[in-house]
Design a protein around this ligand. Structure first.
Ligand SMILES: [Cu+2]
Length: 712
């Protein structure tokens, strides 16, 4: 219990019904606040042949599976994973955090760079193993870097470190998460952006926007209840977050059972648009179960990529994302024009009302047209020109991007830090050396900074500005920084309007075509994978996939066994649910879902082709766009429906294929493929993999790991 101190007691002594600071809600993360920077078009500390890290390669002219740049640049990150207490939605939760923040740090790289992340497992009180999985990365030639315990590695033992290193051969938007049990539900998640060529121009990269259902109960307790005799396989989420933020009505808590501290007025996330400009938003469903329906009031979304696949752009009012899926969308800030546009604001929404087991399915965040240069606190009039603060509300965004060198022409040479650092935007931007945390323009009344705390470097800019206007009673819609808060209405008013699309499937496959076309090859093997839920002899409800309920052995990673020549699945325990694909070239998978819940199906090591999806059973021959079928790494199979996928078995390794709902994977919903076993045997597996297993074996020699689930 040493780590188990109370956040509010420690940080908010005697404070009643106050607004929480960013440090209290999200720790060291600044995502979803004014302090989060816009992203550049690419990182410039690279070789730049022909002006770009990727030279002359293009999105629509490059087969990314065979051609990618190799820059030789290594992007290094250092992650320390440890327990901590935060209140992302106002409810105090014991979490497991990366570098003290939720969400975890943003990883950035250019296409062709090598990403290197050293992970220190400092989880104590109690100790646990961990691994990190780099979702969407193909790990060609480095299958042991995939971060799946019991498959590609032994867990990183408590006190030990492990350095992942892999190349970004695809580009776009992705994320990382712990793949150890359902551990990422306690906070081990973060975004990844890989910059690459764009077919569709934009002005401002708003960066990752993480959409996530959220559970007040720690993952291990959830699993213990779910996997108890007589337990139910469905888990109800408590809230829905955008960028790890939302608020929660603490009066909903059953105080007879739950004594956690809770403040109802936790701030929502905030994003900043520039009037008239085109913005790129990188949406990621980082949740445990929920299907997110994302929209922005009064703004049409142009989808330009799904997962790591650039597609022919199409427009929609709502984007549907199952767990693990990403969408890159362009949004033009044209819903308010004229002199007052820069004071306009709108709600961003993400709903999990119709396809998910959610107690509170509505996530909202504020979008301000004030731009970023005025971020800190627009109503306080920040900026070099107003060091002592202008009268409240007069300076909102007026200084934003009015210079001749605004973000409209930054297609080529945007440096780190984004548009506000552009030469030419100095009329409104921070001066040289002036980050959002360094200005002194707190022009608001003295009371604003009383709860701000001294020396809180994370709660930069606007966080301090709102305290003055916090009403005595909590306002659940109150944003963190700025007034006026949005008053916009959802696209179709009413509970089940457009933002609550009743679809539990992804958008129509005929709408989505990859920019670089690849025709569907003939399958060398076709197999039907049935989804089944059953009650075992101990009265525990589990999942079966392809006839088996998976359970892995942390001490015997299958990839490492295969590298030693043990790839005969007949010799493996049945519950490893392994399948050797031998010399297959392309495997077709028909997934049948006879149940009432959707499942986001995720394949490691390859992007699959999506051949067909729909209700009931496949007719056995209809394929959507066979000359250029959609490719992805996650695709929803709808309730009482089918999904037909196919992947080329050209990446040697052992690759899981599973439902990405954390609770379903824990319940055994996973299979694994051995791809090109003879090539695996020829690979030189780094000796650190064996050492990691020795460290894990040593730790488990004196500790009994609490593997109550499948392990994944
Ligand atoms: Cu599932």
């Amino acid at each position: 219990m040493g780590w188990h101190h109370r956040l509010f007691a420690a940080l908010l002594p005697g404070l009643a019904a106050a607004t929480l600071t960013q440090e209290q809600t999200n720790g060291n993360s600044v995502l979803g606040t004014a302090a989060a920077p816009y992203l550049p078009k690419f990182l410039t500390n690279n070789p730049l042949p022909h002006g770009y890290p990727w030279g002359t390669l293009t999105a629509n002219g490059t087969d990314q599976y065979t051609t990618h740049p190799t820059t030789g640049v290594i992007r290094s990150y250092d992650f320390t994973i440890s327990r901590g207490i935060l209140a992302p939605d106002g409810y105090e939760k014991e979490m497991i955090l990366i570098n003290g923040g939720f969400p975890g740090p943003l990883i950035e790289a250019n296409w062709g760079d090598t990403i290197q992340v050293t992970v220190h497992n400092n989880i104590t009180g109690p100790e646990e193993g961990t691994t990190l999985h780099w979702h969407g990365f193909l790990q060609q030639g480095t299958p042991w870097e995939d971060g799946v315990p019991a498959v590609t590695q032994c867990p990183i033992a408590p006190g030990a470190s492990f350095t992942y290193q892999f190349q970004a051969t695809l580009y776009g938007t992705a994320w990382y998460h712990s793949h150890y049990s359902a551990q990422y539900g306690d906070g081990i998640v973060g975004p990844i952006v890989v910059y690459g060529p764009n077919e569709y121009p934009y002005d401002v990269d708003v960066g990752p926007i993480m959409l996530s259902d959220y559970y007040h109960t720690d993952y291990l307790t959830i699993l213990e209840r779910m996997l108890a005799p007589g337990g139910k396989p469905e888990v109800l989420s408590d809230n829905n977050l955008i960028q790890g933020k939302n608020n929660y009505d603490c009066s909903l808590i059953d105080r007879a059972e739950d004594h956690a501290a809770c403040v109802s007025d936790a701030p929502k996330a905030e994003f900043f648009f520039e009037p008239g400009k085109v913005h790129r938003l990188r949406l990621i469903n980082t949740g445990g179960e929920g299907v997110q329906h994302f929209s922005i009031d009064d703004h049409v979304l142009t989808v330009i990529a799904y997962d790591f696949i650039p597609i022919h752009a199409y427009q929609t009012k709502v984007v549907t994302l199952g767990v693990g899926q990403r969408a890159d969308v362009l949004v033009t800030a044209n819903a308010a024009t004229g002199a007052n546009a820069s004071s306009a604001s709108f709600w961003m929404r993400s709903n999990i009302a119709t396809c998910s087991t959610a107690k509170q399915p509505y996530a909202m965040a504020a979008v301000y047209y004030s731009g970023k240069s005025s971020t800190g606190s627009p109503s306080a009039g920040v900026g070099p020109g107003s060091p002592s603060g202008s009268p409240p509300s007069t300076a909102v965004g007026t200084s934003t991007m009015t210079g001749p060198g605004g973000s409209g022409n930054n297609n080529i040479d945007v440096g780190r830090g984004g548009p506000e650092s552009m030469p030419g935007s100095s009329s409104g931007g921070m001066g040289p050396g002036g980050g959002p945390g360094s200005f002194g323009g707190f022009g608001s009344p003295p009371s604003t900074s009383t709860h701000f705390g001294s020396g809180n470097g994370n709660s930069v800019g606007g966080v301090g500005n709102e305290g003055s206007s916090v009403p005595a009673t909590a306002n659940p819609d109150k944003p963190q920084t700025i007034s006026p808060r949005p008053t916009s209405q959802p696209w179709a008013a009413g509970t089940f309007g457009v933002p609550d699309s009743s679809s539990c499937a992804n958008d129509d496959l005929s709408l989505t075509r990859p920019l670089y076309p690849i025709a569907l090859p003939p399958p060398s093997w076709t197999h039907t994978f049935d989804i089944d839920v059953f009650v075992n002899a101990s009265n525990v409800t589990l999942w079966k996939f392809d006839g088996v309920s998976f359970r892995g052995d942390y001490n015997a990673p299958t990839l490492l066994l295969a590298s030693l020549g043990n790839s005969s699945t007949a010799d493996w325990p049945v519950e490893w649910n392994g399948r050797n694909l031998y010399t297959n070239t392309s495997v077709r998978m028909i997934v049948n879902n006879p149940g009432p819940s959707q499942h986001p199906m995720h394949l490691h090591g390859s992007n699959f082709y999506v051949l067909h999806e729909g209700p009931g059973q496949w007719d056995g021959h209809t394929i959507i766009n066979p000359e250029n079928p959609m490719r992805r790494d996650v695709q929803l199979v709808r309730p009482n429906g089918h999904l037909v996928l196919q992947f080329d078995t050209n990446n040697p390794g052992v690759w899981p294929f599973h439902c990405h709902i954390a609770w379903h994977a824990s319940g055994g919903f996973l299979t694994q493929f051995i791809v090109q076993p003879e090539k695996i045997e020829q690979m030189n597996v780094p000796s650190i993999m064996a050492q990691t297993c020795r460290d894990w074996a040593a730790w488990t020699g004196t500790h009994i790991p609490d593997q109550i689930d499948s392990g994944l």
